[in-house]
Design a protein around this ligand. Structure first.
Ligand SMILES: [Zn+2]
Length: 460
């Protein structure tokens, strides 16, 4: 690990830039960073504590809730809290009882938490990018001479996020450069591949020399040579005898779609495979009973589904409460959590429900869990079935509110229309990726059919 010493800074500051693929990867990393910091004591005997800056009051609560679920003492802190609440959080933080406060960037100047670590969830403040001045003020929150041996800063830009035409990645670099000194950049192996492919695809890197110059000061977990060999083997990059680097049509399709390399390879090989559809249908609760369907259409829908199924389904609170009270147990309200799957497939639990709710759970089992999987009910059949139902309702022209109502009426499953909407949005992005990859291999049939499906799901 590289330490960066500031001549005018009382404690040295480590600055880390980590590129994130999505929100859940970011939250997961945050929870690990917060825990690690809290378990580290300074020479003066203080535990490391963290401030997370984000861009809305709502997000301070969302992030704090997520961390609390990971058994971290996290508190949301913003101008909307009462004076007493804020004072209590400040005092508890000062006593070292709280591991992390999640606050809005707008409060950076006002807060006085003796933190050793600062994490940037977002580089946006209100509705504009953080300015270099604001940024250095926020960096200044990390590390205090009377408490800590050093300060730590993490910036976690999400690849593909942009605002006012500027990508979060390049804004992160600009801000770090504005505050001078070297920066410690980290990639995990997978993001290193994606980043290098993107560099070649955008023509910002045209040959091996430029590549090694560019990555001279950047720490990547694989060698550049191996990365290029691998990208060439995958057919994403061409290297000519003069060491010039060129992206292939396939490589460009992958890069433009912000796909991970494994997801891209999954799409490519599934499109080519003769047995993919047969195997999919064999385990799908939805298509089993149907003899006739458009094979190409189902195959495309299935590939997009395999990349990401719908997740945010909950058991209705009435059912959850009836079972929890009757059996005196605590379990998750999330439908696809193991504890919930276990309970809704137990006869003992279902018996405790009112008749009407028993019927709903039995319908759920008959429609989605009649499989012969060895790990039933912990197999993916229920989640797959619910995801397929959502897509098929959408293809019938139903909107997210209709779909949410139907799931509730028939199965007592609670799904927020907003979650359906954002999942459909992502699903369309995955279909777009399939369309691009098919086009890069000149597969006109798949390209056309995927285009039709995208329009159908977009327009409802
Ligand atoms: Zn199953």
């Amino acid at each position: 690990m590289k330490l960066v010493e500031y001549p005018n800074r009382p404690v040295p500051l480590e600055r880390h830039l980590v590129y994130m693929r999505n929100e859940s990867q970011k939250r997961y990393l945050m929870s690990n960073l917060v825990k690690r910091e809290y378990n580290t004591k300074s020479k003066k005997g203080y535990r490391g504590q963290t401030i997370i800056f984000t861009n809305s009051r709502r997000k301070t609560h969302q992030i704090a809730n997520y961390l609390q679920n990971k058994k971290i003492n996290a508190k949301a802190y913003h101008a909307g809290l009462s004076y007493y609440k804020k004072e209590k959080i400040e005092k508890d933080f000062d006593k070292g009882k709280i591991s992390v406060v999640v606050t809005t960037a707008a409060l950076a100047a006002g807060v006085d938490f003796p933190a050793s670590q600062v994490i940037f969830d977002s580089l946006i403040m209100g509705n504009k990018w953080i300015s270099p001045n604001e940024f250095s003020q926020m960096l200044g929150r990390a590390g205090r001479p009377s408490y800590h041996d050093r300060g730590v800063v993490y910036i976690l830009p999400e690849v593909g996020n942009s605002f006012e035409g500027v990508s979060e990645e390049s804004m992160a670099l600009d801000l770090l450069e504005s505050s001078s000194e070297d920066v410690y950049i980290e990639y995990d192996e997978e993001s290193a591949y994606e980043q290098i492919l993107a560099d070649i695809s955008s023509k910002s890197i045209r040959n091996m020399q430029q590549l090694s110059d560019f990555y001279k000061n950047i720490d990547i977990p694989v060698s550049l040579k191996i990365t290029i060999d691998e990208l060439e083997d995958l057919g994403m990059v061409d290297v000519n005898p003069n060491s010039e680097l060129k992206v292939t049509d396939y490589g460009r399709a992958v890069s433009m779609s912000f796909l991970s390399i494994p997801d891209a390879e999954f799409i490519k090989s599934s499109l080519e495979s003769r047995s993919y559809l047969k195997n999919y249908v064999k385990q799908s609760p939805f298509y089993k009973k149907r003899d006739k369907f458009n094979r190409l259409k189902v195959k495309i829908l299935a590939i997009a589904m395999d990349i990401e199924m719908f997740e945010n389904a909950y058991l209705s609170s009435v059912i959850h409460n009836q079972i929890a009270n009757a059996l005196k147990i605590k379990f998750s309200t999330r439908l696809f959590a193991e504890s919930t799957l276990d309970i809704i497939s137990s006869g003992e639990a279902i018996e405790k429900l009112d008749k009407k709710y028993q019927d709903a759970i039995i319908a759920l089992q008959t429609d989605f869990l009649k499989c012969k999987c060895e790990d039933r009910p912990f197999c993916r059949c229920l989640q797959l079935g619910i995801s397929e139902l959502i897509i098929n309702e959408r293809l019938k022209g139903k909107d997210p509110i209709d779909i949410s109502n139907k799931l509730f009426r028939k199965y007592q499953i609670q799904v927020y229309p907003g979650d359906i909407f954002s999942w459909l949005d992502n699903y369309i992005k995955n279909l777009d990726a399939i369309k691009r990859i098919a086009a890069s291999f000149n597969n006109k049939k798949v390209e056309k059919e995927t285009h039709k499906l995208i329009k159908a799901i977009e327009n409802g």
